[in-house]
Design a protein around this ligand. Structure first.
Ligand SMILES: Nc1nc2c(ncn2[C@@H]2O[C@H](COP(=O)(O)OP(=O)(O)OP(=O)(O)O)[C@@H](O)[C@H]2O)c(=O)[nH]1
Length: 407
């Protein structure tokens, strides 16, 4: 930033000439730079802006500049309102006090700059903490941060401190932060929420923001401190654990625990819908013989081959679960018994004619199957008992067959 450059908004264009003449009279040589948007002026620069040029979306950026609002007709309430929104000062168009304020600011620039480089004990302490930490004032301007915060967002501290969140984050994200900050300042206390954050190296992180308001001695909110906990690995672990607690490792199918959750959810929805839902229970016949003949490893291989085969027979709306050693449930959505029964018959027939190769030997394997349409008027437990009973009947009737339940 050049200290002797004064940035100004378009409506002040004619007005800058008389001001420039007066500054020259006091040996203050300045350059004038017109800007269309506040963001075109550097943070901490002196910005002179006509009240009519300001949009509400500009307000969050006022406090990160030395923004002076110029009023056509100076009114005390308007002046105070602009200062509360973050403006440094407020003058009437023809107020000579503006000239003395500018002279004083231009003279003090070097001193202020030197003061900003001070290193405090607090800074050393927070820099030693590997978790990103930042603090902002009540106008959403960053007033401090640690090294971990700079590293995570990929900015130097000088490009953060004194800046508005709109200076360092894309508008969409800045809007989100601004809204959350406003809410916290209004409500006080603490705030915790999770959000995805893109770090400087392009990686996406799941972050838990822990923020707290700090107050002046009279209890007024004057800013907030935020700590960003990276919970990406923790969440990945939770998702992995959740998945493995619902998945059978041998076949990759979901297990009985997953089935119980899904069936109860879908059963509850059935009551309020006209959709049909059918359930098939499939049990491999004489699986013990396969283990006896090929060993337990051969039995495992058979289970994997059968699962692959079964998966290939299904429609997109079907889900299969391994609910026991050699027993599977097949949930068929949008399917009534008149469709489910012939489908079960064709599965049974296709399975019996398919050749599986285990340890270089071709064998035939068969299923016994029970099938039922789930009736929302009947207790789910009773339905599950009925379809299991149908499966036992199929076994008792010689296996390799389907027994449907018709009510
Ligand atoms: N290899 C292997 N075998 C399993 C697994 N889970 C269960 N089994 C075996 O599956 C066999 C099931 O035997 P049974 O319940 O008698 O049933 P079956 O031999 O299939 O006979 P029916 O069901 O009456 O036709 C047992 O020998 C179990 O040890 C598994 O994960 N891997």
């Amino acid at each position: 930033m050049t200290p002797s450059t004064l940035y100004f908004s378009p409506l002040l264009t004619d007005w800058t000439q008389p001001v420039n003449r007066q500054l020259s009279a006091f040996n203050k040589k300045v350059q004038w730079q017109v800007i269309d948007e506040i963001q075109q002026s550097p943070v901490s620069s002196i910005l002179l802006v006509a009240e009519q040029d300001l949009q509400q979306t500009d307000w969050p950026l006022l406090a990160s500049r030395k923004a002076v609002v110029i009023l056509d007709n100076w009114r005390l309430p308007a002046s105070v309102a602009w200062i509360e929104r973050g403006a440094t000062n407020c003058f009437a168009r023809h107020d000579d006090n503006l000239i003395s304020w500018l002279v004083s600011e231009l003279s003090r620039f070097a001193l202020n700059h030197a003061e900003r480089t001070e290193d405090s004990v607090l800074q050393v302490i927070i820099d030693a903490i590997p978790t990103p930490i930042f603090f902002k004032d009540h106008l959403h301007i960053y007033r401090g941060c640690n090294v971990a915060f700079c590293d995570s967002i990929g900015f130097e501290r000088d490009n953060i401190v004194g800046h508005s969140v709109y200076d360092i984050a894309p508008k969409e994200l800045a809007d989100k932060y601004y809204h959350a900050d406003n809410q916290l300042l209004a409500e006080g206390g603490t705030q915790r929420y999770e959000a995805d954050v893109k770090f400087a190296d392009g990686s996406l992180h799941e972050i838990e923001f822990n923020k707290a308001v700090f107050t002046s001695h009279d209890g007024k909110a004057i800013g907030q401190v935020g700590v960003m906990l990276d919970i990406t690995e923790r969440n990945q672990l939770i998702r992995q654990l959740d998945k493995s607690s619902h998945t059978d490792p041998l076949t990759g199918f979901e297990n009985r625990r997953a089935f119980n959750q899904v069936i109860h959810r879908e059963f509850d929805q059935l009551e309020s819908s006209v959709r049909k839902l059918s359930l098939m229970t499939l049990d491999i016949d004489f699986f013990k013989h396969i283990n006896d003949r090929f060993g337990h490893g051969g039995g495992d291989q058979a289970l994997q081959l059968i699962s692959e085969w079964l998966q290939n027979q299904l429609r997109d709306t079907d889900s299969v679960y391994r609910v026991g050693g050699e027993e599977f449930y097949l949930l068929m959505r949008d399917t009534d018994i008149h469709t489910a029964y012939p489908f079960a018959e064709s599965l049974c027939k296709n399975m019996a004619t398919h050749l599986f190769t285990i340890k270089q030997q071709d064998i035939h394997i068969t299923f016994s199957i029970g099938v039922i349409e789930i009736n929302p008027a009947i207790e789910l437990e009773n339905t599950l008992d009925m379809v299991d009973k149908a499966l036992y009947e199929a076994k008792a009737d010689g296996r390799n067959c389907v027994r449907p339940v018709f009510e």
